[in-house]
Write a protein that binds this ligand. Structure first.
Ligand SMILES: *[C@@H]1O[C@H](CO)[C@@H](O)[C@H](O)[C@H]1NC(C)=O
Ligand SMILES: *[C@@H]1O[C@H](CO)[C@@H](O)[C@H](O)[C@H]1NC(C)=O
Ligand SMILES: *[C@@H]1O[C@H](CO)[C@@H](O)[C@H](O)[C@H]1NC(C)=O
Ligand SMILES: *[C@@H]1O[C@H](CO)[C@@H](O)[C@H](O)[C@H]1NC(C)=O
Ligand SMILES: *[C@@H]1O[C@H](CO)[C@@H](O)[C@H](O)[C@H]1NC(C)=O
Ligand SMILES: *[C@@H]1O[C@H](CO)[C@@H](O)[C@H](O)[C@H]1NC(C)=O
Ligand SMILES: *[C@@H]1O[C@H](CO)[C@@H](O)[C@H](O)[C@H]1NC(C)=O
Length: 469
């Protein structure tokens, strides 16, 4: 083992002793604020009310309550849009509620004695509520109970009205809803279909299209993300056409069949350049150690349990004299953790380097023994032992800091920035569960994750901003 490597190991050992505990910042879940991506055309929140179940003998599952009887299947469409595949001859409210509940819907509705419909919202505009005595058709599965009527639906509800009452806002976005547009395979409105981190829903599609340089995006048919710059070739449809819930996150609508929910990016030019502040690193970056805080761009009902973390360099593989390391948010990695910096003001800036706090009296190798190597789309931020790099290769200087794109008083910024960019792009970092890692599903930082990567599922990645501290 070369001497430098030896010293490095010693130092790492010391670092390990010093940093036995991993410091994880649990960011408070963001609350709605200024930049808003409204869900298009939400129906008004139904006012919750206490309802005594009408039918004697009916057993409504825990947590569910009767909501009301509504006219259904009108010109405005279905009140609840997803039909169950339950057999009609055994239908009861409890049967239908059980099905909708198991599939995580908030509303269940029985109609015409044997139909069961589920949804997350009441979809009609101006729903036509009617006297509950009108929903008087006996249920096919139990004639002592009632199951709606012809074009009349008995709606039950699990009490989850958080989303209806509070239109979902995008915590860190400058996209706004433009409208619902016609789209079809013979004449596409937007030229590019792309994959999105965490599956397709408006915030992830917005990020993906911004990354590829488009100013507009549209979601379609529940799970498609399309990017473009103009809707000129498309005709506009009523907003009420675009009411298919996104498969990746049912808090949002994702167009419909042949319908695009279209959004436009309106970044405030004065605050957000998405470019590096070349040569203008904030003076406080003139420190030996730097923390990078990975903070989820969008709190999602599907991305629970992870509110952000400080990233650290961890060693993942050593073969001979070469050690590979990467940036990870792993909270239970008891392998080597190292802090990092942007080098110093003497070095060229933009080299992301580990900083090893040398103990008194020990002279460490300088520059640091491992350095960042080129950034590749879909891959982690990798470091390698400098001694084993090819001749003439000095590492990668594509990292930089940018002013925070978010207003100072935004509740979404855990700090006032700056944020950390790779290749000049801000909208491209994600934390992905690395299935090839040890421990398995280690949360590694990935630069613009791609579909079909052997080491992670794009749908399971969480888009993050990296704040420097
Ligand atoms: C329903 O939600 C639970 C908890 O989030 C999840 O584990 C389950 O897979 C979901 N079921 C469906 C059908 O989406
Ligand atoms: C879309 O618009 C952006 C900003 O004007 C431009 O940079 C980009 O080249 C355009 N893309 C296409 C495919 O026209
Ligand atoms: C396809 O979309 C275009 C643009 O909106 C529209 O003009 C055309 O009629 C549509 N074609 C079909 C078959 O719907
Ligand atoms: C960097 O830090 C050193 C030591 O703290 C200080 O003397 C120097 O002025 C700082 N440079 C900048 C540009 O702030
Ligand atoms: C942490 O270290 C202990 C003891 O060396 C080992 O048994 C355990 O597997 C390690 N855990 C992880 C997550 O690496
Ligand atoms: C900055 O880095 C250079 C090269 O690694 C080193 O010679 C110099 O002493 C460093 N300066 C400070 C202030 O740490
Ligand atoms: C996943 O883990 C493996 C093994 O540690 C590592 O080589 C790879 O760089 C990690 N990240 C990605 C995106 O594959």
């Amino acid at each position: 083992m070369p001497r430098a490597q030896n010293i490095f190991r010693q130092v790492i050992f010391t670092v390990l002793l010093i940093f036995v505990q991993v410091c994880v910042h649990n960011l408070a879940k963001a609350t709605p604020g200024i930049p808003v991506l409204p869900r298009p055309n939400f129906n008004p929140a139904p006012s919750p009310r206490l309802v005594v179940p009408r039918q004697s003998g009916s057993s409504i599952p825990n947590g569910w309550q009767f909501f009301s009887c509504f006219v259904d299947n009108t010109a405005a469409g279905r009140l609840l849009t997803t039909e169950s595949n339950l057999p009609s001859n055994t239908m009861t409210p409890a049967e239908c509620i059980g099905y909708c509940s198991a599939n995580n819907w908030s509303y269940a509705g029985v109609e015409y004695g044997g139909e069961c419909w589920c949804d997350e919202y009441l979809h009609q505009v101006g729903f036509q509520e009617t006297a509950s005595s009108n929903c008087n058709m006996p249920c096919n599965g139990d004639a002592t109970q009632t199951c709606g009527g012809p074009n009349l639906i008995d709606v039950y509800w699990n009490g989850d009205f958080e989303q209806e009452g509070n239109p979902v806002t995008l915590s860190r976005s400058f996209w706004s809803f433009v409208g619902c547009f016609v789209d079809n395979v013979s004449q596409r409105t937007f030229p590019a279909q792309v994959q999105a981190v965490g599956g397709v829903y408006p915030p992830s599609c917005a990020d993906a299209c911004a990354f590829y340089g488009y100013t507009m995006m549209g979601t379609e048919y529940g799970d498609e993300c399309w990017c473009g710059n103009s809707t000129d070739t498309a005709s506009q449809a009523p907003d009420t056409d675009c009411v298919m819930t996104c498969s990746a996150d049912r808090d949002y609508y994702c167009g419909n069949a042949n319908r695009l929910s279209v959004y436009q990016n309106n970044p405030p030019a004065e605050t957000y350049t998405n470019e590096c502040l070349a040569g203008q690193l904030p003076s406080w970056l003139n420190v030996t150690r730097l923390s990078i805080l990975a903070s989820p761009k969008e709190p999602s009902t599907l991305q629970t349990g992870w509110n952000g973390a400080v990233l650290r360099i961890i060693d993942v593989l050593t073969v001979g004299d070469t050690t590979w390391s990467l940036l990870s948010a792993c909270q239970n990695c008891n392998i080597t953790w190292i802090d990092l910096s942007f080098g110093n003001n003497t070095d060229p800036q933009g080299f992301l380097v580990p900083t090893v706090p040398y103990p008194e009296g020990i002279q460490g190798p300088n520059p640091s023994p491992i350095i960042s190597i080129d950034l590749h789309q879909g891959e982690s931020v990798i470091f390698q032992t400098e001694a084993t790099l090819p001749d003439g290769y000095n590492g990668y200087d594509g990292y930089c800091a940018s002013e925070s794109p978010y207003p100072d008083d935004s509740p979404y910024s855990p700090t006032n920035g700056p944020i950390f960019l790779g290749n000049g792009h801000a909208d491209n970092w994600a934390i992905c569960q690395n299935i090839s890692a040890s421990p398995v599903n280690r949360l590694d930082l990935v630069f613009q994750p791609v579909a079909q990567h052997p080491n992670y599922m794009l749908e399971d990645c969480i888009a993050v901003d990296l704040f420097l501290e």
